[in-house]
Design a protein around this ligand. Structure first.
Ligand code: GTP
Ligand code: MG
Length: 197
């Protein structure tokens, strides 16, 4: 799929205020700093459509982007950022869980994980929650430019083994790098496939 147009629609912290349209929607979620906003820019060929930062906690709201006038990409705040106060963590958890439970247009949640790290409890628990709530999800490994091919293979294998302790099969997954534009076609073709099925 080619991205012919990509534009920012709206940011907000309430799922009720998200766009009313029934266009299919895909959300990027994962730990702070994992590369959600960067991946949106990579996929859309835009340098700063979604705001990125080296400091975790950059994205604070639900951000909708309209792609090719027929589907939405959603950039979400990261979870697991230790320097956020307990009360703002709770507020955040609430609006994220509301987003995922109420947004019926959501076709698939893409859970981003940094390929360099061993599987993290917070990500595994989040995927567990998605599964329990019947929300389809895929895994996106990010920052693949930081590892050599052999190490990528080993880390993915380790991830699969952990997932298979809980899940019957490994969810669909993608290996990406926003800085090297790795994985772009695979991911866009997958979204295209979901849009048409
Ligand atoms: P929050 O909005 O804070 O939750 O973060 P985020 O997940 O949106 O991450 P963001 O895209 O802002 O990227 C965080 C940092 O990681 C930035 O310094 C990016 O330049 C860097 N980064 C993102 N993707 C890649 C990648 O594929 N490779 C490398 N090497 N760095 C990346
Ligand atoms: Mg972000």
């Amino acid at each position: 799929m080619d991205i012919k147009s990509a534009s920012f629609v709206v940011s907000n912290s309430e799922v009720e205020k998200c766009p009313k349209s029934n266009l299919p929607e895909y959300a990027f979620i994962g730990r702070s700093n994992v590369g959600k906003s960067s991946l949106i820019n990579m996929l859309t060929n835009r340098k700063s459509l979604a705001k990125t930062s080296g400091r975790p906690g950059k994205t604070q709201l639900i951000n909708h982007f309209l792609i090719n006038n027929n589907w939405h990409l959603v950039d979400l705040p990261g979870y697991g950022y230790a320097r956020v106060s307990k009360s703002s963590k709770k507020t955040f958890q609430k609006f994220i869980t509301q987003y995922f439970s109420k947004r019926l247009q959501l076709v698939c949640a893409f859970v981003l994980v940094d390929i360099r790290h061993t599987p993290q409890t917070i990500d595994l628990e989040f995927m567990q929650w998605l599964g329990e709530n019947g929300i389809p999800f895929c895994i996106i490994f990010t920052k693949a430019d930081k590892l050599k091919p052999m190490a990528i293979e080993r880390h993915v294998e380790d991830y699969k083994n952990i997932m298979l302790e809980t899940w019957e099969e490994m969810p669909e997954y993608f290996i990406t790098s926003s800085s090297k534009s790795i994985g772009k076609d695979n991911l866009l073709n997958y979204i295209d496939y979901l849009n048409n099925n």
